[in-house]
Ligand binder design. Structure first.
Ligand code: ZN
Ligand code: ZN
Length: 150
């Protein structure tokens, strides 16, 4: 609840109008225990504001992304999902065989970040990254060759 007031406060500080729809969209993202899709956000908002257009949801998500308040992640199959910045401090392993998504610690990629900075002088934005591959079960099923093709 404290996080919600801070994200709304930041939006207000930057001079963005806090329409009821925007507040609903923020609340839907922050209230979801897991990643939430634009369609799920839209369903929640439309339950209260039936006249809301899904393009309003997309536009608001774009705005929140630009402001760094929301992270998006492609979890495969074109399913873009969203996280509030406050709960986005992790990465994901995404299995391309069974679509399983595993949370991994943010620190897992910090050595990669250090290598990119040292060897390429590149400051990588490694926040909420999805890494695609095969989980243990799917590796066994595919004969351990790493070939996901069916
Ligand atoms: Zn995530
Ligand atoms: Zn799998």
């Amino acid at each position: 609840m404290h996080e919600k007031s801070s994200i709304i406060g930041r939006l207000g500080d930057k001079g963005y109008r806090l329409t009821p729809q925007r507040l609903m969209i923020l609340a839907a993202i922050e209230g979801s225990a897991d990643h939430i899709s634009a369609e799920e956000i839209y369903a929640q908002v439309a339950a209260k504001y039936p006249h809301v257009n899904i393009s309003t949801v997309y536009r608001t998500l774009e705005l929140l992304k630009r402001l760094g308040m929301v992270f998006e992640i492609d979890l495969g199959e074109g399913r873009i999902r969203y996280h509030a910045e406050s709960s986005g401090h992790h990465h994901h392993l995404v299995c391309q065989g069974c679509n399983r998504v595993v949370y991994i610690d943010e620190a897992t990629l910090s050595s990669l970040r250090n290598i990119l900075l040292r060897d390429y002088a590149f400051a990588a934005e490694l926040r909420h990254v999805g890494i695609f591959g095969l989980c243990n079960d799917c590796r066994k099923k595919s004969g351990g060759k790493g070939n996901a093709r069916r």
